[in-house]
Design a protein around this ligand. Structure first.
Ligand SMILES: C[S@@+](CC[C@H](N)C(=O)[O-])C[C@H]1O[C@@H](n2cnc3c(N)ncnc32)[C@H](O)[C@@H]1O
Length: 971
């Protein structure tokens, strides 16, 4: 049986002949005249694109609504029809012809059938490229990628397409509807034509129903009487005279009175049936009375087809006539009639009622909740019901923050392909057009619909505790990550902070330019509840967020927020070193066999966490009890290899910082690498497989004189390494660049800014990356592979604090690690340091000044530096050594050829033995008395021990002595 109901016509404007611009007023005049005069229960929504052409059109009538509630059927027109869009069905077929590799075809087709976000699309595309084995495959995929604008838009999640999310043709329906449309038909001619097609379908399905019913009735009639239907009535009328028919009707009434349920129960049934549509008992009764008058007190027409007549009757009441149809206290929405042709509907119902409306379909409703896609549909049902105004007890859809981001997006004037931005613009347009509260309009994105109670600041204390700690960061790829850690003692009525409020808070304090495209809540608990109880508690707390399906409960705090840097918290407990925040299981993993010998102090009774005496006491050779701290992996799995920490000498305070494997953008830094925004010009389409094996080096090698900087073994080539080292060790005057308007001096805000002190000209390496067509294991991707060397943080004996050493022998030119931290603008760094007493932060700050002076005046947001004080990786432990350091830093471009942002990669300068300390020359001028060199790391008394040490300060000896004494005392 074909049921047709919601009709959504995506890109319907394409039906208008190309040079004919969309004449909106003309169209709506026609609509008003043709349709809206007749059917006041119609709902119409549309949005227009930048050129004022119709982009989306959606309409439904009362029958469609009934059908949708009952069957969920939607008619979608082929959105690829006469557009530049590619049909996914045809694409899938072409993929088979061109790729000729089952796995590759399957991966490609996944794009077509699975809903996806822009970022995920780009990320997944990388994997696809990795599977390419022939040039033909590469060429075809390259072509499809270039044309992605024409097909991926419709795969983007999550648009409501009535259960469909691709550009696939609805072949059977298309074929049917096509017969009703002529070529180059105008829009306003098109709609009646489609209506005719729909009417035909309904008629056919009605006839099918009739035939089926008749057969059944016939059988039933043979057995018993009570199967009188309107169909039977119809048949009677066709074979009887008027008189005979009247007699039959009288007989029918008598039979009805015998077999039909009593009047009261019929009325109650009718009220129950109308309730889901927001029609009150009073309204139903009034309407039934009217109908009974018309139909000579016969209920059969009213009951027929699930009270369809009754529903139509109630809905078709004009507002002024609709006694009781609309509740008195509701105001009519103030539509601009010139824009919005007719009141879209007369249905008003509460969300509660909406839920009830679906109660006959309880089973399917419960399924809806489980599936995001279905939930999207559910939200559209909701919106359909509430299309003109919100009922009193309905909850506003909170979209403040997201909309704010959308506005920003609209302002953003990048020309690159960004379907999401276009979509948002259209949506905003549609809101304006309709001129009603956008929160009650149809949702473009069911998955993101946040049905959140509106925030009542006055009542805040009762609603939630403010988060103890909020951290936000955005990755260079544009993702926003936010972490909140709250106390959750079992006694308190714990409620997680309001999501929207927290988002706003973070936005105010941390983020200026983020886009929230996806909201997933991942949460966990450290409570003593068992997992399922905790799950229930959290689910109930987050119930108002409608996030149930995304709620992920993790067993312990370590995994609470998996994508957020982990805080390695160390502290002192009764004079012993403690690790706080580790689960017992993790401690056991770390300490393995020795865990049994550790004194594990159970932490708060509320916690699975335990405080661990990490100081493993043992007797030294002198009979002194010493403590030994060993941590298996300070990166906690963020790196590919474990990075251990060992403190075998004394109980020095352990470092406190958040381990991050990649740079984070703090606030204003202009580092936005959304994959979707990188243009073709910035990526190398000649790459293929492993670029190092290619006879002709790809464009990425241009930076290093058309030769790759790496050997096939993954080391920096000797010659290039030598050049980098000598640039660093013996810089010549002509190797310095001077800015016309030095940002370092500028940030000091002094009236008479000092001239630039010069920035060293450095050699860059350009690596292939995600957008290139080589595979992930391409030899020209070394820094991106992150750390592969076994490293250990240890306490230096000379008094330099913590240091880093290698646990394996390393050849010259080996990549050790990247210096990772927060990316700040120089102004932000300056502000941060001014606010920190004694400039404590400066120990971990590095400038990204390799390209300064080569271009014109740098804008503030392009003047960048890294701060690893709070967020950093293992490189923050690398100490300085004058001149003959074991490491040299080489700027590496990965995502962008623009030199204002790059990665600081550290490579060995020579062969380094296992257990040898890794050092690099910070480039500090120790003799700069004013500390005005511009280097963010302020000079210290250098204890590098190099024969070429540049620090000739007399104090050095005293510092060494002090350190020695301090250490002796501790021991
Ligand atoms: C990037 S951190 C290196 C890690 C640091 N040692 C720690 O414990 O975290 C830089 C700081 O380490 C210390 N440092 C590094 N190299 C040093 C050296 N050669 N002599 C003395 N102190 C040094 C200085 O305090 C400097 O500000």
């Amino acid at each position: 049986m074909v049921r047709v109901c919601w009709r959504r016509w995506q890109r319907a404007s394409s039906m208008v002949s190309k040079d004919l611009r969309w004449q909106r007023d003309e169209f709506f005049d026609v609509l008003r005249w043709r349709r809206w005069q007749r059917a006041s229960s119609m709902v119409l929504r549309w949005s227009v694109d930048e050129e004022n052409r119709l982009a989306n059109l959606f309409w439904r009538d009362s029958t469609s609504l009934l059908d949708y509630v009952a069957f969920g059927d939607v008619l979608i027109f082929d959105i690829t029809y006469k557009t530049n869009m590619l049909c996914s069905w045809h694409m899938a077929r072409n993929a088979q012809n061109n790729l000729k590799d089952e796995e590759l075809v399957r991966s490609f087709q996944a794009y077509l059938w699975e809903p996806i976000t822009v970022n995920k699309f780009e990320k997944k595309w990388e994997f696809l490229k990795d599977k390419v084995t022939t040039h033909k495959q590469k060429e075809w995929l390259q072509m499809m990628y270039a044309k992605r604008d024409a097909w991926v838009k419709s795969c983007l999640r999550p648009k409501f397409f009535g259960g469909m999310c691709t550009t696939q043709c609805v072949e059977c329906m298309n074929k049917f509807v096509k017969d009703y449309l002529r070529k180059c038909v105008k829009m306003f001619e098109c709609i009646p034509a489609i209506d005719r097609a729909i009417a035909r379908i309904r008629n056919t399905s009605g006839k099918d129903d009739f035939d089926q019913n008749s057969q059944r009735n016939h059988r039933q009639n043979l057995e018993s009487m009570p199967s009188l239907t309107s169909d039977l009535e119809g048949r009677k009328s066709s074979i009887s005279t008027v008189l005979v028919l009247e007699n039959r009707k009288e007989e029918t009434k008598v039979v009805n009175s015998l077999v039909m349920p009593p009047k009261n129960s019929r009325m109650a049934d009718a009220c129950r049936a109308m309730k889901p549509f927001g029609i009150s008992e009073g309204q139903t009764k009034a309407a039934v009375k009217e109908l009974l008058k018309v139909y000579a007190n016969s209920w059969e027409f009213i009951i027929d087809e699930n009270y369809r007549l009754l529903l139509d009757f109630v809905l078709d009441q004009k507002p002024e006539e609709g006694k009781g149809v609309r509740s008195k206290n509701k105001k009519a929405p103030s539509y601009d009639k010139t824009e919005f042709v007719e009141l879209p509907t007369k249905r008003y119902c509460t969300r509660q009622q909406k839920k009830q409306a679906l109660s006959p379909l309880e089973h399917s409703t419960s399924c809806l909740e489980k599936s995001p896609l279905k939930r999207a549909r559910q939200s559209n049902v909701d919106n359909l019901f509430s299309d003109s105004e919100e009922s009193e007890d309905s909850q506003p859809l909170v979209r403040r923050s997201r909309r704010r981001h959308q506005e920003r997006e609209v302002l953003d004037s990048g020309n690159n392909f960004d379907p999401l931005r276009n979509r948002n613009t259209q949506l905003e347009e549609s809101f304006n057009l309709i001129g009603e509260d956008s929160s009650s309009d149809f949702e473009e994105d069911g998955l993101k619909l946040l049905e959140v109670e509106s925030l009542n600041m006055d009542n805040k204390d009762n609603v939630f505790d403010l988060p103890q700690f909020v951290a936000a960061s955005s990755t260079p790829k544009g993702d926003l990550e936010m972490s909140m850690i709250c106390h959750s003692s079992p006694q308190s009525d714990f409620c997680p902070p309001h999501f929207d409020e927290a988002l706003e808070m973070v936005e105010e304090t941390h983020i200026k330019s983020c886009r929230v495209e996806e909201c997933f809540v991942e949460t966990g608990t450290d409570s003593t509840f068992d997992e399922s109880t905790a799950q229930d508690v959290l689910a109930s707390k987050y119930d108002h967020l409608s996030f149930q399906s995304e709620l992920i409960l993790c067993k312990n705090l370590i995994k609470v927020i998996p994508h957020i840097p982990k805080h390695i918290a160390f502290g002192c407990y009764d004079g012993l070193q403690c690790l706080i925040g580790f689960a017992r299981k993790d401690i056991e993993n770390i300490f393995g066999e020795t865990a049994k010998r550790l004194k594990v102090i159970q932490g708060h009774r509320s916690s699975k966490l335990c405080k661990v005496e990490a100081a493993h006491n043992y007797h030294s050779s002198h009979g002194v009890i010493k403590s030994f701290v060993y941590i298996d992996d300070i990166s906690r799995g963020e790196e590919r290899v474990k990075v251990s920490l060992e403190n075998g000498r004394n109980a020095e305070d352990l470092p406190i910082f958040f381990y991050i494997p990649n740079n984070l953008v703090y606030k204003n830094a202009y580092v936005k690498f959304s994959l979707a925004r990188i243009s073709h010009g910035d990526c190398c389409s000649h790459c293929f497989g492993d670029c190092l094996t290619s006879p002709v080096p790809c464009v990425c090698a241009a930076e290093t004189g058309s030769q790759f900087a790496y050997t096939p073994g993954g080391f920096v080539k000797e010659k290039f390494l030598e050049e980098c080292i000598s640039l660093k060790r013996e810089p010549k005057q002509d190797q310095y660049l001077y800015c016309r308007n030095c940002p370092l001096q500028r940030s000091k805000n002094e009236k008479s800014s000092m001239p630039c002190k010069g920035h060293m000209l450095r050699k860059f390496i350009k690596e292939c990356w995600s957008k290139c067509w080589c595979n992930k294991k391409c030899g020209n991707r070394i820094v991106q592979q992150s750390i592969t060397v076994k490293l250990q943080v240890f306490l230096t004996p000379e008094g330099k604090g913590w240091g880093l050493r290698t646990l394996e022998d390393l050849p010259p030119g080996a990549f050790v690690c990247e210096y990772v931290g927060e990316i700040l603008t120089n102004t932000e760094l300056h502000e941060r340091n001014v606010g920190s007493p004694g400039n404590k932060n400066t120990h971990y700050q590095v400038l990204l000044d390799a390209g300064w002076g080569s271009k014109g005046v740098l804008k503030d947001e392009e003047v960048l530096c890294l701060d690893a004080t709070v967020y950093g990786n293992v490189a923050r432990f690398i100490n300085h050594r004058c001149f003959d350091a074991t490491l040299v830093e080489i700027p590496v471009e990965v995502e962008t050829p623009d030199h204002h942002y790059y990665h600081i990669a550290l490579f060995t300068t020579r062969k380094v033995d296992a257990m040898e300390e890794l050092t690099w020359d910070y480039g500090i001028d120790f003799n700069d008395c004013d500390h005005d060199s511009g280097h963010p790391m302020k000079p210290f008394y250098c204890l590098c021990g190099s024969p070429f040490c540049r620090d000739h300060s007399d104090m050095k000896g005293d510092v060494r002595l002090l350190t020695y004494v301090r250490r002796r005392r501790r021991v």
